[in-house]
Design a protein around this ligand. Structure first.
Ligand code: TRP
Ligand code: ZN
Length: 451
């Protein structure tokens, strides 16, 4: 090899660094999500969040301490966390006081000593204030929602930054322990399993642990006068919290059993539901282990949110562009449930939808939402489900069932993009041609010419 050729890589690296192509030594303020550019942060990967939170509904004041354990994926002179509103009281990195600055949702931390690529580090943030509600690009409300007797924290797509600092993008999943102190008489319900509950001096502290990887958008906190029921469903512990003015569902065990049949082993160590008061939120959310419902859910809504435990929570989208991998599967779960319980077949549901000329249904292809305000529009849900039905038509019922269970198993507790999914389908059914399905149904503009 000649001398000049050997010089080329070094020159290229130098040029890239000079032009800003190398990693930013102060981390990046986002992970590059095409729809939410500020969501998440570059340069590190969180392993665990330990949150200690006190909330008083009367004063609406929250006091929090977050201990975040992470690994640097590059050398870092500084790094970002996402935090919306609230006051930062102190920050330490590796136990030493750190400087910080804030700009909108970006909390930039300057550790006294730079962090080395590959090294583990611990950051602690103390914070306080009145958490705020976030209005999404589509007008829906998330983040911290006040209720008559407490609060409800919902985080899709960016709301969790309203109650704790973190790397708030679905691509960085982590385990959690959440300790919550509320006035005696109220309950505090979060993800995973209850590890402890004690009352002293008029306040009750609830300890929660979510051991399996969790995206921050499905972290939750429900504070209020909930009634608690515990049971088991097929050997999985059930913890259910129901607003006293609402009714519990009696269908969870049946839906769980059906879903395990359809999708394979349940990916988490506990299940349940949080049934808030109708109106506490405008929508249900598939919060991990136990989805939140504003009022008692009907069967298909329960099926939808339980299906998300496999599709969304265990297999999590790589970016918000891949939202149809969540909602298409959860919607198709409803079609499958209906078919299995004496209702319309999925084929009939598909045909009825195809006959529709509703402009909103065909507004954009499921894999390419037309903007951040459209990631929960009908094409993502219903056209997304239609893509899955097209695959089922192509491979047949048995192979489709294997494919769905295989996908959940292959990407269990991980992340996946649309390209990962199409590659998986092609690899599992190598004798089939999916080209037209991808081109017309997944990526194609407008209503495909044929059903
Ligand atoms: N994922 C929720 C569901 O399917 C719906 C939802 C609530 C949502 N809030 C959102 C979707 C914000 C996208 C963005 O039940
Ligand atoms: Zn959904």
């Amino acid at each position: 090899m000649s001398r000049s050729v050997r010089l080329v890589p070094a020159l290229v690296a130098l040029a890239l660094t000079a032009c800003g192509g190398g990693p930013d030594p102060s981390g990046a303020p986002g992970v590059g999500d095409p729809y939410f550019p500020k969501a998440g942060n570059g340069g590190y990967d969180v392993g665990h969040y330990a949150l200690d939170i006190a909330y008083d509904p009367a004063s609406r004041r929250l006091t929090g301490a977050a201990r975040i354990t992470a690994r640097a994926t590059q050398d870092l002179a500084a790094f970002h966390l996402d935090l919306f509103g609230l006051t930062v009281d102190s920050v330490t990195v590796q136990g030493e006081a750190a400087r910080w600055s804030r700009d909108g949702q970006e909390l930039t931390v300057h550790p006294p000593r730079a962090l080395d690529k590959g090294g583990a580090f611990e950051v602690r943030v103390r914070y306080s204030g009145t958490p705020r509600t976030i209005t999404d690009p589509d007008g829906s409300r998330e983040g911290w929602l006040r209720t008559e007797d407490g609060a409800l924290a919902l985080g899709e797509p960016t709301g969790s930054m309203a109650w704790f600092p973190g790397n708030h993008h679905p691509s960085d999943k982590a385990s959690y322990t959440v300790q919550v102190t509320v006035p005696e008489g109220l309950k505090a319900v979060s993800n995973g399993e209850l590890t402890g509950e004690r009352t002293a001096r008029g306040a009750t502290t609830f300890g929660w642990r979510a051991a399996e990887p969790m995206a921050s958008y499905v972290a939750t906190l429900a504070i209020g006068r909930y009634e608690i029921r515990r049971s088991t469903a097929g050997g999985v512990p059930v913890y259910t919290a129901v607003d006293p003015r609402e009714e519990n569902t009696d269908e969870l065990a049946e839906v769980m059993a059906w879903a395990r049949d359809a999708f394979g082993p349940y990916p988490f160590s506990s299940t349940g539901v949080i049934i808030a008061r109708a109106g506490d939120s405008e929508y249900a959310l598939e919060t991990q282990n136990r989805p939140v419902f504003p009022g008692t859910p009907d069967t298909e809504l329960l099926v939808h949110e339980i299906a998300h435990q496999w599709f969304g929570n265990s297999v999590t989208p790589a970016s918000w562009k891949d939202m149809w991998l969540n909602e298409g599967f959860a919607t198709y779960a409803e079609w499958l449930w209906r078919e299995d319980h004496g209702g319309d077949s999925a084929q009939r549901t598909f045909e009825a939808l195809y006959r529709s000329d509703d402009a909103d249904l065909w507004a954009f292809p499921p894999a390419e939402p037309s903007g951040a305000g459209h990631i929960s529009d009908r094409p993502v849900y219903e056209r997304g489900a239609m893509v899955l039905h097209k695959i089922r038509q192509r491979v047949g019922d048995d192979a489709f069932g294997d494919l769905v269970r295989g996908w959940a198993a292959a990407r269990r507790h991980g992340n996946a993009s649309t390209a990962d999914f199409t590659r998986y389908v092609e690899r599992r059914a190598p004798d089939q041609d999916f080209g037209r399905i991808w081109a017309d149904w997944l990526y194609g503009e407008g209503k495909p010419d044929r059903p």
